[in-house]
Design a protein around this ligand. Structure first.
Ligand code: FES
Length: 174
């Protein structure tokens, strides 16, 4: 069987060479620009950070609201965002930190604010109620317990992180 010899003309050779070299150079110039443009999107989220909120010596058995502000970076936009927690010590002297965000439609709940429902968290938007543990009172609008925060105590200071589902949701304890 006769072997067919492929001929490459000088013009084709130059075309292939220039296309390859040009493509390589273009990729070398574009890669840093693309990387620069999308860099904020590639940054690791800061959601795992813990934030100093309060000296634990200030905590009592009565829920108190504490606020803290963090710098939030969303891609290219940086803003200061204030977070809040209702924090107290339970009957076992364990620290409880509850999110104030109502599980119905997201309004902020307050402790002991409605005289008709003392010793409860009350949501003024639609009358949502929660026991001190954060568990939602049956037959009120919320259908889940207030979230709790990831927490740790370092050198006498309470640090809070992301919200997590409240463990009382499972146990149903008040
Ligand atoms: S948002 Fe709280 S009861 Fe509706």
């Amino acid at each position: 069987m006769a072997e067919k010899k492929q001929q490459v003309s000088r013009r084709q050779f130059l075309n292939y060479t220039l296309t390859g070299v040009g493509g390589f150079m273009a990729a070398g110039m574009l890669a840093p620009m693309v990387r620069f443009a999308i860099d904020p999107v590639l940054q690791a989220s800061s959601s795992e950070e813990m934030h100093a909120v309060v000296d634990v010596s200030e905590l009592t058995n009565e829920p108190q609201r504490f606020d803290w502000t963090i710098e939030q970076v969303d891609a290219w936009y940086t803003s200061n965002v204030t977070h809040s927690a209702w924090v107290y010590r339970d009957e076992n002297d364990e620290i409880v930190a509850l999110s104030p965000t109502c599980k119905h439609l997201g309004c902020a709940v307050n402790w002991n604010s409605n005289p008709d429902f003392p010793e409860e968290f009350y949501c003024p938007c639609h009358g949502g109620r929660y026991y001190k543990s954060g568990l939602n009172v049956p037959d009120t609008p919320p259908n889940a317990a207030l979230d709790t925060f990831q927490m740790e105590v370092k050198e006498g200071t309470l640090y809070l992180g992301d919200t997590v589902p409240n463990p009382v949701q499972e146990g149903g304890a008040n």
